[in-house]
Design a protein around this ligand. Sequence first.
Ligand code: AMP
Ligand code: GLY
Length: 459
Amino acid sequence: MEQIIMYPGEVGKDAVDWKSTQGQHITAVQRNILVLGSGGREHALAWKLAQGEGAKVFIAPGNAGTAEVGVNVNIKVGDFEGIKKFCIDNEIGLVVVGPEQPLVDGIVDFFKGDAQLQKVRIVGPDQRGAQLEGSKAFAKVFMEKNGIPTARCLTVNQQTIEEGKTFLRSMKAPYVLKADGLAAGKGVLILDSLDEACQELSNMLDGKFGQASATVVIEEFLKGIECSVFVLTDGEHYLLLPEAKDYKRIGDGDKGLNTGGMGAVSPVPFCTNDFLQKVEDRIVKPTLNGLKSDGIDYKGFIFLGLMNVNGDPYVIEYNVRMGDPETEAVMTRIEGDFADMLYACAEGSLDKVHYAKSEKTAVTVMLVSGGYPEAYQKGKVMSGMDLLTDCVAFHAGTAFNAAGEVVTAGGRVIAVTAQGDSIEEARQKAYENVSKIKFEGENHRNDIGLDLLSLCGAE
Ligand code: AMP
Ligand code: GLY
């Protein structure tokens, strides 16, 4: 497994000799790109792709922000036939899949198996590869088989519930229970008491998360600090994209309910070269070798949810897509033509691209609807986006109303990303801009990146 050389970069420098397949720039038709999804992640992907030479970006279904960088197409991500027709009619050369569900549902297999779509390149794993995220039990077996560091675990179902309870009794609090299947990010419970853990195990196996929790992974609790490391692979070669830290809970100090993510910082001070080298040696290479030896042809993103336990990385979870809101920070640090890079990934020629990442720090703050992550209202008119300076605002849950105004349309509404030479500077710029965006019930965290300041010597 070969890593791509990185050229830590000056802006624009590497864009000059940015090449893809066998050194040829990709052709005009291949420059028609379709991004699937409608969140902040997809806006950030589309924003970055649209900066590529001659790129024409379509987003299905998109949001009010993606409409500024490309053309929104009213097709749902699960409508494979609709997507196929659009690709053929619009000579799409590259499809980039944002969320996990279409991957787990086999969109890559659908493309590869269809004679009319043979020329369309698609970034993402096939259905077997997507099991790394689609089934936590599969991911745990995969990690054990390939010697990848992860928490000790036992996988149980209704028939083996008593073994599960015995396993819980053998462990110390807190107790970690994970629904095997996709559960909209809600399928992990962390419980302080043994009684509660045994009760929740029964509830989960009885269908608390529907079919997703018919199988449950019981896991040892890992104490440490989390980070998200992103890998782009064509199955033979890989590169590490900028890493990020996500802020998962609704309240400052990481208090309150879990959310999809309230902010992000990239790079992460504790992800030193030494730590990232361990990630590559102990996790990335064995993962890619394991996929190969299972005969899985993986071309796409791998998102490693890691726990840094006293300087050693452990895998908390695999995702088969980019993270949200991490992408909103990460994309601002990638230099060069991202469309070329993704096309090369799908072609199997990632070794032919030069990749550079900015040494700036990016801080992303997510503005959410009042009440989120519980019930919240939609349709609130948004203002202030025209006042923003020196930042990018990536739309998540936004739409246009009948009057053409931008309104809220989801829990997570808009992600403001600013860059600086330090976390402090990027934070200050991001929050200055956050204060300009107004909508009824607006809420955000005020402490994104604060916990990292003490880890950055000079700051
Ligand atoms: P997941 O849906 O797998 O990302 O899990 C949600 C969150 O639960 C993670 O981001 C961690 O904060 C936490 N978590 C999951 N597994 C563990 C574990 N084994 N030890 C400690 N925390 C965990
Ligand atoms: N921010 C975490 C995720 O995308 O799953």
